[in-house]
Design a protein around this ligand. Structure first.
Ligand SMILES: [Fe+2]
Length: 230
């Protein structure tokens, strides 16, 4: 007869639930692509007005694909990045992806306050940034790191409500130190901020927002609705 263990051990299981996938891709050989993209914005005075940042997502850069091959190439990189993010999430099935591309052309001292995106997956591609070659692309830190005034970085906010107050692990600051050619993909719900541009030049990042529609597994009907002057 089996004797009970004198010191039975508890069965401990750790589950990392609700993780948030953030994917970074360092695309190679992007110098010519970045130069072409910069020319679009550096040479058009309309983008040099501080107000432009307020309504940057009113137009879709995809409209420029026919005249600017660099925009079409970046579109393809975004789609490749999306594929990588979704495969890593274990998603399968047939989807239609709607893409909105818009520039974040930040003048010196400009910043982007905390926000999330109207998108399932949100990507950003960095064209011109500060020099962060001495930093890791993704740095995790404590509350002090969260509040440190790093300029020109992407600050990700913990999506768990009040996590900044309550996280005993003190690893609630995640900062992305961008560099030209870097793409970051994350769920659109993840709150983040673009910290102020302390550089003397205009920095350029381009956002690619994806809305994904799974091909019908159930019968639905779509309706066009207009309100007010719409
Ligand atoms: Fe954003």
């Amino acid at each position: 007869m089996e004797q009970p263990s004198p010191n039975p051990q508890p069965a401990v299981s750790h589950h990392l639930v609700f993780p948030t996938r953030v994917t970074t891709i360092a695309w190679p050989d992007t110098e010519a692509l970045n130069a072409d993209l910069l020319r679009i914005f550096d040479e058009d005075p309309a983008y040099h007005q501080p107000e432009h940042l307020e309504t940057a997502d009113n137009a879709n850069m995809l409209d420029l694909c026919d005249t600017h091959p660099a925009v079409a190439r970046l579109r393809d990189l975004f789609i490749q990045g999306l594929r990588s993010w979704m495969e890593a999430e274990g998603i399968d099935g047939q989807y239609t992806a709607e893409l909105l591309m818009f520039p974040v052309y930040s003048l010196p001292q400009q910043f982007v306050p905390a926000h999330n995106h109207l998108a399932h997956v949100s990507a950003v591609y960095y064209v011109r940034t500060d020099d962060f070659s001495d930093r890791e692309v993704v740095e995790r830190g404590d509350t002090a790191a969260y509040f440190r005034s790093d300029g020109g970085v992407l600050l990700l906010h913990d999506p768990r409500f009040n996590a900044l107050l309550m996280d005993l692990a003190k690893q609630d600051a995640v900062k992305i130190f961008p560099r030209p050619g870097l793409m970051v993909l994350m769920p659109g719900y993840l709150w983040h901020s673009g910290l102020p541009n302390y550089a003397q030049f205009n920095r350029l990042a381009i956002v690619g927002d994806f809305i994904l529609r799974e091909h019908a597994t159930r019968s639905t009907h779509a309706f066009e609705l207009a309100f007010g002057q719409g």
